[in-house]
Design a protein around this ligand. Structure first.
Ligand SMILES: Nc1ncnc2c1ncn2[C@@H]1O[C@H](COP(=O)(O)OP(=O)(O)OP(=O)(O)O)[C@@H](O)[C@H]1O
Ligand SMILES: O=C(O)C1=C[C@@H](O)[C@@H](O)[C@H](O)C1
Length: 220
């Protein structure tokens, strides 16, 4: 459709500036790194990787939740760093990183070889998205009892406080303030790709840190 055609055109403009560098998407759980990352990879003709999935493959355990349970968060984090190190020697990748990948400085030394983009979504929107699918796959948010939205919101708030300075290391911040779950199937996701493609030019022009604010009006 039109949004995708537009995105492909933008990708053509931006590819020479990107110069085969990898793009790392960082942000809280549920911020859309996987959803947006797959679209960007498609329009740029890059390969998409999800670092959580690569950790699962390298450890040989099919879910992050199980890795936390069988081993520990520290074990998961060590493997996450190894995965990011390995990816950093490659080119033309879009990487959806785990929500906590930003907390280790060593990970930034790997991600800095490419372009880093922070998908910044308000915590209430994240809690709504996560409550809608349940917290079982997200070990840091999971609790047996209580209201799923309230629990997710409280945990996300605590995590964000610890991490916001780390997210701010990214080359660009895309503030996705007006994105609501019921708009998932329309052009918003596709347009977010356009916004991200725009961000890639920030690295080309060495502008640090470039903020892109998406409001409803951008999409209409
Ligand atoms: N822009 C958006 N607007 C509304 N919902 C979205 C948007 N992007 C993603 N979602 C929904 O939010 C949920 C989380 O998205 P996604 O899996 O892409 O996030 P993520 O950042 O990769 O999460 P995680 O780090 O936990 O894997 C999904 O249910 C997805 O459909
Ligand atoms: O925010 C986090 O710390 C996490 C996010 C997920 O992507 C997984 O990497 C894991 O559940 C931890």
């Amino acid at each position: 459709d039109n949004a995708m055609v537009f995105a492909f055109q933008k990708a053509e403009d931006v590819l020479p500036y990107l110069n085969d560098r990898c793009v790392y998407l960082v942000g809280m759980m549920g911020s859309g790194k996987t959803t947006v990352g797959k679209i960007i990879a498609e329009v740029l003709g890059y390969s998409f990787f999800d670092s959580d999935k690569l950790v699962e493959q390298s450890v040989g355990i099919p879910s992050v939740a199980e890795i936390f349970q069988v081993h520990s968060e520290a074990f998961f984090r060590d493997n996450e760093s190894e995965v990011l190190r390995d990816l950093s020697s490659m080119h033309r990748l879009i990487v959806a990183t785990g929500g906590g990948a930003v907390i280790r400085p060593i990970n930034w030394s790997y991600m800095r070889k490419g372009l880093t983009i922070w998908l910044d979504v308000p915590l209430d929107a994240l809690a709504r998205r996560i409550a809608a699918v349940g917290t079982a796959s997200r070990p840091l948010l999971h609790q047996e009892s209580g209201d799923p939205y309230a629990k997710a919101y409280a945990k996300l708030t605590a995590l964000f406080e610890q991490r916001m300075d780390s997210y701010a290391n990214a080359d660009a911040r895309v503030s996705l303030e007006s994105m609501f779950p019921n708009e998932l199937d329309n052009t918003i996701i596709r347009n977010s790709c356009f916004i991200l493609v725009l961000c890639t030019t920030t690295k080309a022009y060495m502008v640090h840190q470039y903020d892109v604010f998406c409001s409803r009006s951008v999409f209409t």
